[in-house]
Ligand binder design. Structure first.
Ligand code: SAJ
Length: 433
């Protein structure tokens, strides 16, 4: 059913859209990517990936030089010449913790203005359950075409892990729901071009939307449990990491890892999409809500740990220099969206500390926008308290003699506490008493 000569249009050339576009192009389809960022469109057209992701540079270069991938700002024109439209634009939270669907709505309006009978529209963006039925379908039907009769509509939320995106897009199982079976089958035949993973057909659009949210909410709730265990263990003289690792030897237990909080554009946002829709049905989703609160409380909790560590050294946060290691939301990525480091830096500034930040991946501009002072690793380690926030691999190499002022707070299980304590370092951490 997939026509080689007609192009696929992909709305959104970000962390998921660009790899997806490049993979379809590599697999022989003509792909036109649409984005509102002129600079990124220019980069892509010259064969350069503006997104940092292992393997993506080469993939984009190859796809563009083969002539199969191009990028444009003009969505309407792209849609006129295509048969398939995929929407992978961001869906952030607004100030009321509800989904901001403006990018999805804008893409659908553009599609509706130019698509044709028998075209296929696919939503990959993460959206609250019911969005495809209640928002996308009516918008597309403004064209006069009827969903399921005149055009195909499917939903297959992206589920690949940043830093392993290309492998996961091409190997993970893919969940697909359609407005009808024909739409689901059409979308399945398309994704078979780029994935060896199993295609899981679910009953309808809303089920596909919900599957994605359940996955990220499962992780968020699990991490909240780990963080709650960690806080309790800190007061019971138990090393929470040791206890969790031992518990995970049980064949049916998989407790996640406690840390400074949950960042990124997925786990810290998606649970709210379920809460939003539950609320509309008169339900209040207490477990999901409380898990969010627990994870959002972690940066403040880390401030208390820092306070404890400095107190043992006879110091206070006020007037101390604090060296933060890592502001990316997780290890070995350059992405600092929703990072717990940002509220942490705010609290420390409010308490009167001087906050110095090292991150090998995140730009000095981003660090400055968080009100931290960008420094090199050596300078960060000179601070009165060193605080490891992000599990970047390079921080595994930290040794006791590198901590110049003797206080280290470790919020990730990257370092062995004993090897520091035995050398006289005041070692505190999430889940460590
Ligand atoms: N984190 C912990 N403890 C853990 C695991 C993670 O504190 O045990 C923190 C991380 O440090 C990070 C945050 O949680 O701040 C999220 O990291 P992550 O690695 O769990 O997930 P993301 O946000 O990078 O990607 C997730 C993935 N979802 C699942 O694994 C279920 C990915 O597959 C999705 O495609 C992505 O969300 C998305 O786009 O929704």
């Amino acid at each position: 059913m997939v026509n080689e000569n007609k192009s696929i249009v992909i709305f959104g050339l970000g962390h998921m859209g660009l790899p997806t576009a490049a993979l379809f192009a590599k697999n022989g389809l003509k792909v036109v990517g649409v984005d509102i960022n002129k600079e990124n469109v220019e980069y892509i057209n010259s064969g350069i990936s503006p997104i940092m992701e292992p393997g993506l540079d080469e993939l984009v270069k190859e796809a563009v030089s083969s002539g199969n991938l191009s990028a444009t700002l003009d969505g309407e024109d792209a849609v006129k010449n295509a048969k398939i439209m995929i929407v992978i634009v961001p869906t952030p939270l607004n100030n009321q913790n509800n989904a901001d669907l403006s990018a999805v709505i804008s893409a659908c309006r553009t599609i509706a203005s130019a698509f044709k009978k028998d075209d296929l529209v696919i939503i990959e963006s993460t959206v609250p359950p019911g969005t495809c039925d209640n928002i996308v379908t009516p918008l597309l039907e403004e064209s006069g075409l009827v969903a399921g009769n005149d055009f195909y509509l499917a939903c297959t939320p992206e589920r690949a892990l940043p830093n392993n995106t290309i492998y996961e897009i091409t190997h993970n199982a893919r969940v697909i729901g359609g407005i009808n079976q024909k739409s689901a089958d059409y979308a399945s035949s398309l994704y078979k071009r780029i994935t060896d993973g199993e295609i899981i057909n679910v009953k309808n659009l809303i089920t596909a939307e919900m599957v994605k949210l359940m996955e990220n909410t499962y992780r968020d709730v699990n991490i909240a449990l780990a963080n709650e265990f960690a806080k309790i263990c800190e007061n019971l003289d138990i090393n929470a990491i040791e206890a969790i690792q031992a518990a995970n030897h049980h064949p049916r237990v998989n407790i996640h890892i406690p840390g400074p909080g949950v960042g990124g554009h997925c786990l810290s946002i998606d649970p709210y999409f379920i809460v939003e829709m539950a609320r509309q049905k008169g339900l209040d989703a207490p477990l999901i809500n409380n898990s969010r609160k627990i994870n959002e409380s972690m940066p403040e909790h880390v401030v208390h740990i820092i306070e404890k560590g400095l107190k043992e050294a006879g110091k206070t946060i006020k007037g101390s220099s604090i060296g933060i290691l890592g502001v990316a939301y997780k290890g070995d990525v350059a992405d600092a969206r929703e990072t717990p480091a940002q509220p942490l830096i705010n609290y420390l500034n409010e308490e009167g500390a001087s906050v110095f930040v090292h991150d090998p991946y995140v730009s000095p501009e981003t660090i400055k926008s968080f009100k931290g002072m960008p420094v090199n690793l050596e300078d960060a380690l000179e601070c009165e308290c060193v605080v490891l926030i992000t599990d970047h691999s390079i921080y595994k190499e930290l040794k006791p003699e590198m901590i110049k002022n003797g206080v280290l707070v470790c919020t990730r299980p990257l370092l062995d506490p004993e090897s520091f304590i035995s050398k006289g370092i005041i070692f505190k951490g999430v889940g460590i008493s």
